[in-house]
Design a binder for this molecule. Sequence first.
Ligand SMILES: *Cc1c(COP(=O)(O)O)cnc(C)c1O
Length: 487
Amino acid sequence: MSPSERSGREGPEALGLEMRPEEMRRLGYRAVDALVERWSGLREAPAWVGASRDETEPLFREDAPEEGRPLEEVLERAVEEVLRRSGRVDHPRFFAFVPTSPTWPSVVADFLASGFSVFQGTWLESAGPSQVELVVLDWFREWLGMPEEAGGLLTSGGSAANLVALVAAREHTGNPERPVVYLSDQAHSSLERAARIAGVAPDGIRRVRSTDEFRLDPEALAEALARDREEGRTPICVCSSAGATNTGVVDALDVVGSLCRREGVWHHVDGAYGGFAVLTQRGREALAGIGSADSVTLDPHKWLFQSYEAGCVLVRDAGILEDAFRVLPDYLQDTELGRAQVNFADRGIQLTRSFRALKVWMSIQTFGVEAFRSAIDRALELARRAEDHVRDSEELELLSAASLGVVCFRYRPGDGAWSEEELERLNEAIQNRIVESGFAMMSSTRLRSTYSLRLCILSYRSDGADVRGTLERVEREGRRLAAAWSS
Ligand SMILES: *Cc1c(COP(=O)(O)O)cnc(C)c1O
């Protein structure tokens, strides 16, 4: 199709990248149809589809085409060949890593925000969207119980949020020469990365041992703080987890928080995985103390059921964040509209930012908070029942009790003496079999050094039969493999 046909304009005015309204609609509606079809067939589809580089190279390797192609052909290829070749993190039996299952309004909101070309860096360019981001942040702030001056911004994810928090902590502590950051040995890898980016030298990244229950050990923390001070270093931040990725375990946020206040050290809580559990009664109890933190990371694209990407960082005083990040170049002087008109670019890494708050706002407006509260609570209940199943099973061994949505366990044959090494090989084989079957997607981890299977139950689509079915498959595969190996 020639550019003039596509744009509907003739002659020299034809603009090569425009499309006629009918074509825009046709392409848009087809994309919606493809999505609705995928979403409706999710339960019957495999939970994971992968391919090796050897398989994908010949499918897609080509020079950038000089000439365009019919849009149906391009869309068809994108959907059938590209998009279908990936894990289905929103599948009801996707229990690996940290899954997500976005709401439909969040997906539509991303489309709208991108089509309206919202530039969410300065108030001048996005008054309505910036106001909505402030409102959404205030909802989160209230859920967490943070003070009224608290504020922050939405980020690409938890990694960016953790980085923003660490830099704010460093700046607020006066940019000391030998900064130290404290992490539990269970802390998420993004915190160590954030510390590196924030300029903390490797010998300033303190991995504090966790207790037998995988919690940050306040005593070990206090000792480390004292030792570092003696050696002339300056603690800039203690990071605790509101839901560690490995086990879902929540650190003793109130105990660590009081210690940090006494010591005058910034307390950051990484709630990327578990933070939104505060919406529920049991979550609020587990996360007691989170509202007194200096900063909190949340990931709406995990347990608030938002499409990728949506992370968030909140700091106990938004002014601290602006002091840390604000730089005003001459070419942005027109964007100075007074402090009330927040320029979100002053609070983080990005100048050009998409309008992520719209998806949260539209999702909550559509379903109401109660729908989210009960979806999270349901997942908590499913994890608890998964733990019961493991405890009741003669063949499964619980390695870490259900905490938030995570349960860790392994298959252990009732008969015979299996060495640790054999158990590891057996469980690895079970894990591979389940993933290859496409029935469910799981992932493994190590607790101390023990190889562990792990379920992270989070989706609003998962039900009791999905969880039970997956655990029964682990038992069945385990039995089969163990019998074959013993004979
Ligand atoms: C997922 C996760 C992160 C990283 O967040 P991204 O959104 O993947 O960047 C950080 N901390 C914890 C506890 C997480 O679960």
